[in-house]
Design a binder for this molecule. Structure first.
Ligand code: PLP
Length: 484
């Protein structure tokens, strides 16, 4: 590990810390310049006075209420709650990365530009794309950016007036149709087959001269790889549509195949999922997009480019969709992802995916006798079960999720995807041991038995958490925030 820390330390030292710059290079704004006099307080604000230990106990108590992957198993499907190696945190805290300001002159930020440039190069290989932009701040932001590129491309070809439709399979992540609507397109839903993959006949019926593109989540939210993906790409390309790949589930395919190889034109990746940076609670994230060569003129600006030995910013791309994020994206997340990629290497990333898929299939295999399995086949990095069998005995999936809390587990994603009744969506990730997977499987099996023998213990759960079951209707308006 130390060699990687040294390598990254060297890169960070190419940056000059903001406090070491001449005064003239440091952007400063005085309060008086920024606000008109009438907004400046006359009296100091009446803030609560607390001592340091009071403050410390307050925040420590809050942090103890939190549950994270450092506390325990977190099999939240679609979210890839893998362990985040702490070397990423060490590197993100290097002075050269933490104590800089994005408005410093670019010559004093060469280390950051080198890191972002090299991260883009790595992501090109991982995604099979020709160019990458790190600007999008999250997966959904990347989706929107990609759709704006689809829009700009059709506009350049004078086809935007007719190409209004984005096709989205019903097994897509929920952000896909939402992003398409925000970008101004009409969404057409494509149904899935019994085997959980896109119905090609239905797709053929929907494509036409009004198709702007297809957005595909792959593996889809059932954890199933779209085996007809090459044919789908052909069907959409044939009518002049573009292909967008939701690559947030890259954890299943890293180093094995790429969206580029599958014929896709645009992809987003979720660095905060597959590339191990802490996420949850709304951010920060990083959702870079990659595109094939013919779409590079549309990428956001400024682009980070190399001119001789120097890294420079270039905004001279008249077809660009413009700047979509202040400065350079969420730089701290990108530092962590770059550190992760350097420490894993290409073969390490492949091993991540192989283990993630193995773990999911192991758990699926152990649980299938006890829960309904709507798609009983080899899955990728996650899988879905249904609580229909338990529902017939009066226990809902939400009860099972709450019972899991009694055993110290975060619950899986439930009631999503919408196409599975009483759905449980489980993603164990590659960073868990066989012991953890077995303990979790044993608890899930025990709960299935409780449902048959003593359903109240499940419907009344949780019993051992500090806050008991809340009234779900009032929980949002009258949250219970005190320990009992
Ligand atoms: C998480 C996820 C997204 C959205 O990513 P955010 O960073 O939460 O905006 C999109 N698609 C899939 C498949 C995801 O799992």
């Amino acid at each position: 590990m130390n060699e990687y820390k040294e390598l990254l330390f060297e890169i960070s030292r190419s940056n000059r810390r903001a406090c070491s710059l001449p005064q003239s290079d440091v952007p400063t704004v005085s309060l008086k310049e920024k606000f008109t006099e009438k907004f400046v307080r006359e009296e100091p604000a009446n803030l609560p006075e607390v001592s340091e230990p009071q403050l410390m106990r307050h925040y420590t108590a809050l942090s103890n209420k939190n549950f994270g992957v450092d506390n325990g198993f977190y099999p939240l499907g679609s979210c890839t709650m893998k362990y985040n190696p702490k070397i990423n945190e060490d590197v993100a805290r290097y002075d050269g990365f933490a104590h800089i300001h994005p408005l410093q002159p670019t010559q004093t930020l060469q280390g950051s530009f080198q890191l972002m440039y090299e991260l883009q190069e790595d992501l090109k290989v991982v995604s099979g794309m020709d160019e990458v932009s790190l600007q999008p701040a999250a997966g959904a932001h990347g989706e929107w950016a990609g759709l704006m590129i689809i829009k700009a491309y059709h506009e350049t070809n004078n086809e935007l007036d007719v190409r209004r439709k984005i096709l989205v399979p019903d097994s897509a992540h929920g952000t896909n149709p939402a992003s398409a609507v925000i970008a101004g397109f009409d969404v057409i839903e494509i149904p899935s087959n019994e085997d959980g993959t896109v119905d090609l006949e239905a797709l053929k019926e929907q494509v036409g001269p009004d198709t702007a593109g297809l957005m595909l989540t792959n593996p889809n939210t059932l954890g199933i790889f779209e085996k007809d993906i090459l044919e789908m790409a052909e069907i959409v390309h044939e009518v002049g549509g573009l292909l967008y790949y939701d690559g947030a589930n890259l954890n299943a395919i890293m180093g094995i195949t790429t969206p580029g190889a599958m014929g896709f034109d645009i992809v987003h990746l979720n660095l905060h999922k597959s590339f191990s940076t802490p996420h949850g609670g709304g951010g920060p994230g990083s959702g870079p997009i990659g595109v094939k060569a013919f779409l590079t003129p549309y990428l956001p600006v400024p682009k980070i480019e190399k001119s001789g030995e120097e890294f420079v910013l270039n905004s001279d791309y008249p077809l660009s969709i413009g700047r979509i994020k202040g400065y350079f994206g969420n730089f701290g997340v990108n530092v962590r992802a770059y550190t992760y990629i350097r420490t894993m290497g290409g073969s390490g990333l492949r091993k991540v995916s192989e283990s993630a898929v193995l773990h999911a299939n192991y758990l699926r295999h152990r649980l299938e006798p006890y829960y309904d399995s709507p798609y009983p086949q080899i899955c990728k990095h996650e899988f879905v079960l249904s609580g229909n069998r338990q529902k017939k005995l009066g226990v809902r999936t939400t009860d099972i999720a709450k019972r899991l809390l009694d055993f110290g587990y975060y619950a899986p994603t439930i009631y999503f995807p919408l196409i599975v009744e009483e759905c449980l969506m489980i993603e164990p990730t590659e960073t868990e041991s066989k012991e953890t997977l077995d303990e979790f499987a044993n608890v899930m099996i025990r709960i299935a038995q409780e449902v048959e023998q003593n359903p109240e213990i499940v419907t009344q759960a949780p019993h051992y958490t500090s806050v008991k079951r809340l009234d779900e209707v009032t929980a949002a308006r009258k949250p219970v925030v005190r320990f009992e």
